[in-house]
Design a protein around this ligand. Structure first.
Ligand code: SF4
Length: 478
């Protein structure tokens, strides 16, 4: 035992896995260290979806080689998707790494580290828990959950998108029983969370392992909408419910209906499309057409007229022509995404697409990405400008990382019921974290908004000292 430092790369799934690693280490008497240099255990929680994350692991782990020479008792562990994919090879490639631990083996981490501290040889442990899947709940240091918490509903992926390594690194789909999911949401809400994001690789493919399959002729229908309804019904203290990332295939009429009827559902869905060309979608094995995607996106927008959509796009996939890419730009305009994550295709070893020629030149990929971002930023900015002059309910997440406040004031940041970021000024000494406030929107920036909290709301905020987050008010008009 001793102190740990977890370095996280990649997506929300990985960030949540890091929370779980910290929970199991904390439960075994470990404490967080302020930096890798001061830790007895350093965990690199890796991602192999993007090439850069893998390069980053090698570079960051390389920086620890001199420290490991000075302190041979330091345990260096690689976890996450790169660990699962590379296994023992990593021990040979980065010789000062002691442990390699797969995403399904987080529960064993304390025991494996203890073995290392007792002099065991370097070890890779990357076993999928296929027969008895485990979903470790997160426990928060000090018992207080953040205003916005994540709860896992499933793991793995049964899709076979040709560019993606996740089905290999995370294994087949396994679902968490709905009872367990609801229980964890009860727990995090009781610990102060106001908002929960359900997490899964294809979160809307959820099937409750304790129930028979949904009675529907539509093979894409799942029990996810029932799960949403059950959470809404059984956790009345939850103010907002989000989910990420859904597969467009399962954005079925019953999910659309859930958005129309469940007020707790956030007015925003991140619905990855990847391309606006049927030819490219087929080569990506996305299992929907451009028209099907647009129909589902439209249905969601019609179910909640203020609902916004964001997406993921890959440019320069093997064989993508100028016409294919123009189809993607047209789709971005047609659906009216307010933001997107765009990536240049890069070959991932072990994926089906790695057998295709990576034939779009690098400068063409870069130019397509630039044009994609230009379009998405202009749509995003126009959307934010439309909100100026209105009032939004904002969940305050904490102090802002940037921005300057007037004398005696501080800037805090929160999110609207859709997902816009709002910066607001409040007096120093007032703790608004976890409060839901009514904010007048006064200005639109490139990616965020400026808002003003009503003075009456501000007066009802607690001072920093001694407050309990769960006692924070919900202010402003509903
Ligand atoms: S749905 Fe496709 S892109 Fe998403 S994790 Fe599964 S294989 Fe990867």
């Amino acid at each position: 035992m001793g102190s740990y430092f977890v370095h996280t790369f990649g997506c929300q799934m990985n960030a949540h896995d890091s929370e779980r690693m910290e929970s199991v280490l904390f439960a075994h008497g470990w404490v967080a260290a302020p930096s890798a240099e001061e830790a007895d255990l350093v965990v690199f929680n890796t991602c192999s979806v993007r090439e850069r994350a893998e390069q980053k692991l090698r570079s960051e782990a390389g920086k620890l080689a001199p420290l490991k020479r000075r302190r041979p008792d330091l345990v260096i562990c690689v976890a996450g998707c790169v660990a699962q994919q590379e296994g023992e090879r990593l021990l040979r490639q980065i010789p000062h790494v002691d442990l390699v631990v797969g995403p399904d083996n987080i529960a064993e981490l304390p025991a494996l580290v203890l073995d290392q501290q007792s002099g065991a040889p370097p070890r890779a442990h990357t076993v999928f828990d296929l027969d008895r899947p485990r979903f470790l709940p997160v426990s928060y240091a000090g018992g207080a959950a953040p205003p916005s918490a994540w709860v896992t509903t499933m793991k793995g992926c049964d899709e076979r998108c040709s560019f993606c390594i996740v089905p290999t690194t995370r294994g087949p789909e396994r679902y968490r029983p709905a009872d367990e999911i609801v229980e964890e949401i009860h727990h995090v809400v009781g610990a102060g969370a106001r908002e929960v994001t359900l997490l899964g690789q294809t979160v809307d493919s959820f099937r409750d392992p304790g129930l028979p399959p949904p009675a529907s002729a539509d093979p894409d229908e799942t029990q996810f909408p029932h799960l949403l309804a059950r959470i809404a019904r059984e956790v009345p203290g939850l103010l907002r419910l989000r989910y990420t990332s859904p597969h467009p295939r399962h954005a079925t009429p019953s999910l659309v209906q859930a958005h129309a009827t469940l007020d707790v559902l956030a007015r925003h869905v991140h619905l990855p499309v990847q391309s606006g060309s049927d030819r490219v979608l087929r080569r990506m094995i996305r299992r929907y057409t451009r028209a099907e995607y647009v129909t589902r996106a439209r249905a969601l927008q019609e179910a909640r007229p203020d609902l916004t959509l964001s997406t993921d796009v890959i440019v320069g996939f093997p064989g993508e022509t100028d016409a294919d890419f123009e189809g993607t730009l047209a789709l971005v305009r047609e659906v009216g995404f307010v933001s997107l994550f765009g990536f240049k295709y890069s070959e991932r070893p072990g994926t089906p697409a790695s057998r295709l020629a990576d034939d779009v030149p690098e400068d063409v990929k870069a130019d397509r990405l630039r044009r994609l971002f230009e379009l998405s930023e202009s749509q995003g900015k126009a959307h934010l400008e439309r909100l100026v002059g209105g009032t939004e309910r904002v969940l305050v997440e904490g102090p802002s990382k940037g921005g300057s406040a007037g004398a005696g004031m501080q800037i805090v940041t929160g999110r609207t019921e859709r997902n816009e970021i709002v910066h607001m000024e409040i007096p120093e000494g007032v703790d608004a974290t976890g409060a839901v406030v009514s904010a007048s929107i006064t200005r639109a920036y490139k990616h965020s908004l400026r808002g003003e909290i009503a003075p009456a709301d501000l007066r009802r905020m607690p001072r920093s000292a001694g407050r309990k987050r769960r006692a924070l008010p919900v202010l402003g008009a509903p």
